[in-house]
Design a binder for this molecule. Sequence first.
Ligand code: FRU
Length: 481
Amino acid sequence: MSELNQAYWDKLADVQSELKEKIEQDPWRLAFHQMPVTGWMNDPNGAVQFKGVYHLYHQYVPDDPNGGLVHWGHKTSTDMVHFEEQELFLSPDKAYNRSGVYSGSAFVKDDEIHFFYTGNVKQPGDHDYTFSGREQNTVHIVSKDGFSVDFEEVIIPHADYPEGFTDHIRDPKIFEKNGQFYMVLGARALNHRGKILLYTSPDLYKWEYKGVFAEGEKEMGYMWECPDFFETEEKDVLIFSPQGLKATKYEFENTHNAGYYLGRTDWEQTQFIPESEFYELDRGFDFYAPQTFEDESGRRILWGWMGLGDTSPEYSNPTVARGWQHAMTLPRELSVEQGILKQRPLKEYEMLRSNHQEKTVTIEGKFEMKTDSQQTFELLLSLDDVKDQIALHLKEDTVLSYDKQVFTLSHGPSGYGRSERSVEIKDLKQIHVIADTSSLEIFLNDGEYVLSTRVYPKQERPGFLFEGNAAVTINKWDLGK
Ligand code: FRU
């Protein structure tokens, strides 16, 4: 049964062409980040490399920059830098997904890609959609090429979930261990605790409930979205996006957060045992619902949604008026090194570099570095000797500073309500900034911390202004498309 009739598709084509006209005028379109062609983008979905080709699917509302009925958009790449837009991969056209093809993942087995997603259904009537009125069905798809669907089936209908949960159970992610397949699902329990459910399968088709893989006390929030799990040589990593955490002095300040535990897994009990605190994956303003995958060379790669839901009126994205909103972060390579999860930009982006400049300077007071191109660039600062505080002014009115062992990112009006985010860091050695037209990703100490943010300058400054007292080696490149 197709629930999206021809009238929907006809209207979509018209709306998209109107949005495209606005978008063409927009200097804030990103040069090398993945963004929606028109409308709204949220979570990365189904990230996978298959027969050499990288596929990025994503939550996509092509006809409305404020979000709405979600499809899966689809982009492909052979170099992880340049992506080609593909036809919509999935649309809400079945009874079991009619209110949105929600997030999910991909798993390659025997020359096929198996996709798992959540079919969201909102029943009409007077419902709160937490305790009643919502179905979230887990759906399995098999595809031979990543473009067409060869098989589709509901494997866990909403009615079959265990007792004790609200209607919110979603975002399947698959992994394999000892010849068994496992699926983690994010959930909100009736007592408003976040949990991760575990299912198991011998063949990816038949699934059986195993129990709770991980859960939190009250301070860990009421809902855990988008779970992800992988093993490394040092530790197992459990990533999820909890909702309802309390902000601390410098952490969990966004409406919702995304982070991880390092730990180990008890495979007898099939339970994850955290051995670290819960760390935020990104300390900036725009990051949520990340997903990882292992590529054919064995790298663990993460994409995050460089955006956030439920933010208004705290901060906004002026691109809405120009027909689109949100983007993905650059893909990052993850590794656990001596108890720290490091995130580094995937090195392929270096092919965008040109006009390398290198300078070692002792800054005493002020130092201005003039540049021609300011919109899209990379700045790698090695701090040799920081005497007291240091500040770097870039873009229109953004400041990165380091003072009394606190690194701070602060925005002026071009942050559209984004104010300040800080990280306590004892010995800051390196600040690595990747700037696109309307985004900044700031990596500290070789991937120990990352801060992602959107920023909307109307006029770029003609260079960088440094203030403070420090010896710094500056490497700067322009970044192309
Ligand atoms: C996370 C999320 C997921 C859900 C999807 C719907 O941002 O809420 O839990 O599947 O977005 O678009």
